[in-house]
Design a protein around this ligand. Structure first.
Ligand SMILES: [Zn+2]
Length: 268
């Protein structure tokens, strides 16, 4: 067992440092290269595709290998996936709200929603780490996670995940925001992305929980975040899609996903 304070501080730092490094790197690269945000969005889409695949594996592919059992476990996985997706879809309707007072207010909301959506799976990661720290025979955190490689992997993956969040925010941002205001907004977005990891770690250290369900919900949320990411690639403005179109687009994506998942259940 590793002491709670040690495990919590090390995990928090290993989460916060790459998150802010990743977000600041994107901003600096954007300012230096003056690349159109659509290319950053395309890069984020690539990251998100792997992220979705990886999170689905953590969610045991929503129990597809069980076939049509409809037991408690499989039903919960599917319902949580759908819940995560619908939650982010509903939050995303503010992207189409013409009554928002300004683009800056709109962009911080979109950034917060993307951070929240991507943060759901982070709660699952926190749960896994907390349980590991409480139950390990290893003397240090690095030994508990299987050596330096495990630490490097976690650091890099958190750094790259944070770039997805910041790209969604920047694509919705106006260019005339002061640096001071942007720093404040990015600090908030980073915290919203990081806090679920920290809470998950603290909870599972004392009360282990099944992280699979949070990965299922996180995968559903990520599928909706993919729609946030895709739109700027082709130059679409948020106001180009109204509320009912956004809902119909989202439901079409969900329907396609669930139908092919349902087909896959037959050969399990
Ligand atoms: Zn992750």
């Amino acid at each position: 067992m590793i002491e709670f304070s040690v495990s919590f501080i090390e995990f928090t730092l290993a989460t916060l440092i790459p998150i802010y490094t990743g977000m600041l790197s994107v901003i600096v690269i954007g300012k230096v290269t003056h690349l159109n945000t659509r290319y950053f969005s395309a890069f984020a889409l690539g990251l998100l595709l792997w992220f979705f695949f990886d999170t689905m594996n953590d969610a045991v592919q929503l129990g597809v290998n069980e076939g049509y059992t409809f037991d408690f476990h499989q039903t919960c996985l599917v319902l949580l996936f759908v819940t995560g997706f619908l939650l982010l879809t509903l939050l995303g309707t503010t992207r189409t709200n013409d009554n928002l007072t300004g683009k800056n207010k709109f962009s911080i909301l979109v950034g917060i929603f993307a951070a929240f959506g991507m943060g759901i799976h982070s709660f699952g990661e926190g749960l896994e780490f907390g349980a590991l720290a409480a139950g390990t025979q290893a003397a240090t955190v690095v030994d508990a996670i299987g050596g330096v490689g495990g630490g490097v992997s976690y650091f890099l993956h958190k750094l790259l995940e944070s770039t997805i969040v910041i790209v969604v925010f920047l694509a919705a941002s106006s260019l005339d925001v002061s640096t001071q205001k942007q720093v404040r907004q990015i600090s908030v977005i980073g915290l919203i992305f990081a806090i679920p990891s920290m809470v998950g770690e603290a909870v599972a250290y004392y009360m282990p929980m099944n992280a699979t369900y949070f990965f299922a919900m996180g995968a559903g949320a990520a599928l909706s975040v993919a729609l946030y990411v895709v739109r700027p690639i082709f130059g679409g403005r948020p106001e180009d899609v109204d509320f009912s179109q956004w809902m119909r687009i989202s439901f079409s994506v969900l329907l396609g996903f669930l139908l092919l998942y349902g087909a896959a259940l037959f050969h399990s």
